[in-house]
Ligand binder design. Sequence first.
Ligand code: THU
Length: 139
Amino acid sequence: MKTQLDQETKDKLKKRAREVRERAYVPYSHFPVGAAVLTASGKIFTGVNIENASYPLSICAERSAIFQAITAGEREIIALAVTADTARPVSPCGACRQVMNEFNPKMDVMMLNLTGDELRRTAGELLPEHFSSGDLEQS
Ligand code: THU
């Protein structure tokens, strides 16, 4: 399993997140977000935010990308890049943080904006004490 990301892989992930952002479906917020994930097997999957006239049914770019990877049979996600046109690096919502932690609390999360700012945290740092499978066990 790959633990350290080399510069080339990081750059590729960021580029894919930026490129896929163009495909966001955002007729309500007009706030396109793009995400790309790198799996343990070395594959990259991308996702965008997809909104709905019934607003709560919308999905964020991060979960969209993670679900693409899981659907393809992947189970471990090493890194995630997410980008939007924000003043500070875009900050994933709580639901996405919970989903990131399901698949790897050590996931390397790169939060970006279009001006080149970057903030890097692990999924665990983004959501300490997340609810996990162990919490489903009865006492
Ligand atoms: N959104 C994302 O896709 N990812 C984030 O990290 C922040 C928010 C989406 C949800 C909604 O479609 C739009 O951005 C505005 O909240």
